[in-house]
Write a protein that binds this ligand. Structure first.
Ligand code: HAM
Length: 433
């Protein structure tokens, strides 16, 4: 009986694994050059940890289980709650600001579709302990730093930025009560995912009055920060939120990435814990779901029983990013092909043992080396070397018995030379072992 893989999961055969490693290496490289340190946590946590502040949507998507002691656990659908828990645990000894990154494997019980799976990898960068909007700008910069490194231009992607503070101030000014904000955020977050009429209908049902619904809709459709005043009646809270947004855009301009960034008041974010600047990265055509999303979450550490310390962060999944990079032809051109340093062959079966010895010697010196298991003729061995993309072949023949010499064949030029085995080994550049 053949058992298929579970729907929404992926098997990583070597070509897929090469893509995954390339992507993760890039995430790590960009994190480090932007001053972040790596952390990780367990892949499962107490179920209640994800029920505290992540929001209904993610709670509905939990893979949960019970341990033998009857404790309710869940596989992590995101790492932000774990981060809050870990930081709270050592809050008095951790030097601040905390700039940490992680690449967790996450599971969400979603209906699998293009770019949305039930198991995926997600790059996370978070800055904890910095109130200033410079931290928000820095996160957005780091996100762009990676996307730009892999070849995506402002023509390909857009960072859509808004503010929960601004949205809250607008909703309160329209007459929505503080208690209804969270429910309304969840609906507004779905605006672009629902047909316009359905959305308008649902909004009206939630807010009760057409005039309120219209004011909210006209704010959500504003095209630039300057136009906010035309859509809503300004008050001091709205004013403050606007100034904060303008500061973030000014910092992004100083950092040289303004071209990638736009103000978009329809960005709300699905997770419940965001409190300030929020942003999402989308492909310019807008067909795919978000490549990344994040924002400020100043109350999460406190909600997890810690002190009131501000935080801001970003998560980028591997699935949509891969689709976009493939679509733009940016993946194959950047993926390093597997390259073997040496393929060791023999011209005579007599030297089979020496072949293993030479391969083992090269490997112990940090060079990748393979040989054929088939004990076939030289031409067959050379074919196998080409199939494995070997840079050079070592051919062990009669000269080895006579004068300790090997033939080294350059697989690119086809040139071949005889060298003394001892001199060859001592001439090898030292490699990390
Ligand atoms: P999120 O918006 O839920 O945020 O996820 C961020 C990104 O992860 C999405 O834009 C998407 O690329 C990817 N992603 C999410 N769900 C799936 C899925 N089922 N399949 C494939 N990719 C997916 C968070 O998770 C926040 N914790 C990010 C964050 C960190 N905020 C502050 N710090």
């Amino acid at each position: 009986m053949k058992i298929p893989p579970v729907k929404g999961t992926r098997d990583f055969y070597p070509p897929e694994m090469a893509v995954r490693n390339w992507m993760i290496d890039g995430w790590k490289k960009v994190s480090v050059r932007n001053g972040f340190e790596e952390y990780d946590g367990p892949i499962f946590e107490y179920l209640k940890m994800f029920q505290i502040k992540s929001g209904d949507e993610i709670v509905e998507q939990l893979f949960s289980l019970q341990d033998r002691g009857g404790r309710d656990l869940a596989i992590r659908p995101e790492i932000t709650p774990t981060l809050a828990r870990m930081v709270n645990q050592q809050i008095n000894s951790l030097p601040r600001p905390i700039k940490w990154f992680s690449v967790p494997r996450l599971c969400r019980a979603e209906r699998p579709q293009k770019g949305r799976l039930r198991e995926f990898f997600q790059w996370n960068i978070d800055i904890i302990g910095v109130d200033s909007s410079v931290a928000d700008a820095e996160l957005i910069f780091t996100t762009i730093d990676y996307l730009r490194m892999v070849g995506l231009t402002p023509k390909d992607i857009q960072i859509r930025i808004s503010s929960r503070k601004l949205l809250a101030a607008v909703l309160l000014s329209v007459g929505i009560s503080e208690d209804d904000l969270d429910v309304l955020y969840a609906l507004l977050d779905k605006k672009t995912k629902l047909p316009a009429e359905t959305f308008e209908q649902m909004l009206l049902e939630k807010v009760g009055e057409q005039a309120k619904a219209d004011e909210i809709s006209s704010f959500m459709a504003v095209a630039s920060i300057d136009e906010i005043g035309q859509a809503v009646t300004m008050d001091s809270d709205i004013e403050r939120a606007v100034v904060e947004l303008e500061t973030v855009f000014a910092s992004l301009a100083v950092m040289g990435v303004a071209e990638y960034c736009v103000f978009d008041p329809s960005i709300v974010r699905g997770l419940a814990y965001y409190t300030g600047i929020v942003f999402e990265v989308h492909g310019a055509t807008g067909e795919l779901r978000a490549i990344a999303g994040g924002g400020r979450y100043d109350n999460l550490l406190r909600d997890f029983g810690g002190p009131a310390i501000s935080a801001t962060g970003m998560g980028m999944g591997d699935c949509v990013l891969e689709l976009l990079l493939r679509e733009k032809g940016l993946l194959d051109s950047q993926l390093g092909k597997r390259r073997l340093d040496y393929f060791v062959t023999f011209a005579d079966k007599l030297f089979g043992g020496t072949m293993y010895e030479v391969a083992a010697e090269l490997r112990s010196r940090g060079y990748s080396a393979n040989f054929s298991y088939k004990l076939g003729g030289l031409s067959k061995q050379l074919k196998e070397a080409s199939a494995q993309n070997a840079a050079k072949c070592i051919i062990i023949g009669q000269e080895f018995a006579e004068s300790n010499q090997l033939a080294i064949k350059d697989m690119t030029t086809g040139e071949q030379e005889l060298v003394d085995y001892g001199a060859f080994l001592s001439g090898l550049e030292p490699r990390d072992t």
